[in-house]
Ligand binder design. Structure first.
Ligand SMILES: [Zn+2]
Length: 457
């Protein structure tokens, strides 16, 4: 094993000028924290598993000590820490809401370590409120950065991050520039950071903005990438310097991925939730395989009642968030389905998720209990109608509603063509209704998912 920093774009003035010092304390802390995380993500399995087991015991003892809700679920601290994880009860969203409402944060807020109230965007129904502590935010930020080292990426490229939702839902976009996008700014040569917040942006102005500086790493929802590729060719993204696309919440269809692969733009997906943060990162060598974020979570997949999707039996994803001291998430049912393996074909010796399907995925629920994937993407709709935005919802066991916001009134034959496209993909079990609406009420859905199954949330 060789630790070698020759590929780190160190600035000439990076190292300390003080006597007997090498690195100034701020940068040293960042480097040490990065080492911590990379050690736990990539180190030998035995050490990592021992660390996880100790962290789990700490969390269980804390929850039992501080919370009647948790004591009632698994007893006194000494009992809680002896019970194997798989024998503890599954935690639902309703349980979390109840615990957080009744007991508040289990970690007292202090001046140096504040606790914040958060809520899920709740794409349907009531959002779940929960508490997070400062460590959780710091960890999420640093863990995202650590992934660039784990994947061997050059941190001197710029980063452009897209975010949905402008104030008052006005069409257009705003741009915020930051000096750097990572924690080693000033120490290593790091690229610039740009945040683009958008709602139905005008494509010509957006392209002009994107062309103004090399993009580097593009971080976005899959919906935006998909929409961009209905407006421009993948070669445009390459020409403006896109090195890699990181998707947050959801994935791209195989065809869109292939179009990006044709121009040498790799795509990688982060699997995370608002409650827990990072759960897994897509393998850089084996697309579709997700390395579980060992430093943050223990993931189980409950196969006791498998659901078949595309002929593959999948189980419920249960996540234990090892640092959830304010609102514990222990065996939390995140609402997704997947398969779990003990290692990745790339050689990574740690848990791996594949076939992740769930709330952010396109699945239909049938009256007989079956679940089936649903493959209608914006690219297919744009061939039929010119739209500003759209959303497809399964609202009950027999109904799919397509909402379209379009600049011009949709003639009946176009609505019928959209209806036929959706019906052909959904199958005979569903009635499809196409509605032209002045705007889509996204509510708290910050991700603006183009497909929403109101029965599976
Ligand atoms: Zn792998």
């Amino acid at each position: 094993m060789k630790l070698d920093f020759s590929a780190l774009p160190l600035r000439p003035d990076a190292l300390s000028q003080a006597p007997t010092r090498f690195c100034d304390p701020g940068y040293k802390n960042t480097l040490a924290s990065l080492m911590d995380l990379i050690l736990i993500e990539t180190g030998p399995r035995g050490a990592r598993e021992n660390w996880q087991a100790a962290q789990l015991r700490n969390l269980l003892a804390h929850a039992s000590r501080r919370s009647p809700f948790w004591r009632q679920r698994f007893g006194a601290p000494s009992d809680a820490t002896k019970t194997p994880l798989a024998f503890l009860p599954v935690l639902t969203r309703a349980d979390v809401a109840q615990q957080a409402m009744r007991e508040g944060s289990l970690l007292p807020a202090t001046a140096t370590s504040p606790v914040q109230k958060h809520a899920t965007s709740g794409s349907s129904g009531t959002p779940v409120e929960f508490f997070i502590c400062e460590m959780n935010s710091l960890y999420n930020n640093l863990r995202s950065f650590a992934q660039y080292f784990i994947d061997g990426l050059d941190i001197s490229y710029n980063r452009v991050r897209f975010k949905t939702g402008l104030v008052e839902n006005k069409a257009g976009f705003t741009v915020r520039h930051d000096k750097g996008w990572n924690n080693l700014q000033g120490f290593a040569k790091t690229g610039t950071s740009k945040f683009i917040t958008y709602t139905r942006p005008d494509i010509a102005s957006l392209c002009k903005e994107l062309k103004s500086a090399p993009v580097g790493y593009l971080v976005s929802t899959p919906q935006l990438v998909e929409w961009l590729l209905t407006q421009v060719e993948p070669s445009f993204l390459k020409d403006i310097g896109t090195q890699r696309i990181t998707l947050i919440s959801g994935s791209l269809d195989a065809q869109t991925r292939a179009r990006l692969a044709d121009v040498n733009i790799p795509v990688s997906t982060t699997y995370s939730t608002e409650e827990i943060g990072k759960i897994a990162h897509e393998c850089a060598k084996r697309p579709g395989h997700f390395h579980v974020t060992t430093s943050n979570v223990i993931v189980e997949v409950d196969m006791s009642a498998p659901v078949e999707v595309d002929g593959v039996p999948l189980g419920r994803v249960l996540v234990t968030h090892l640092h959830s001291y304010a609102t514990p998430f222990i065996r939390y049912d995140v609402g997704d389905l997947a398969r779990l393996s003990s290692r990745c074909p790339c050689g990574h010796d740690g848990s791996v998720l594949t076939n992740i399907y769930g709330r952010s995925k396109q699945l239909l629920k049938h009256a007989d209990g079956r679940i089936s994937p649903f493959y209608v993407w914006g690219r297919m709709l744009i061939d039929i109608v010119k739209f500003d935005e759209y959303r497809i919802r399964q609202t009950d066991l027999e109904t799919i509603v397509v909402e379209i916001v379009a600049p011009e009134s949709l003639p009946p034959e176009k609505r019928e063509a959209v209806r036929r496209l959706v019906a052909a993909n959904a199958g005979a079990d569903f009635n499809v209704r196409v509605e032209q609406v002045p705007r889509i009420d996204w509510g708290r859905d910050v991700k603006r998912l183009a497909f929403r199954n109101e029965l599976l949330n």
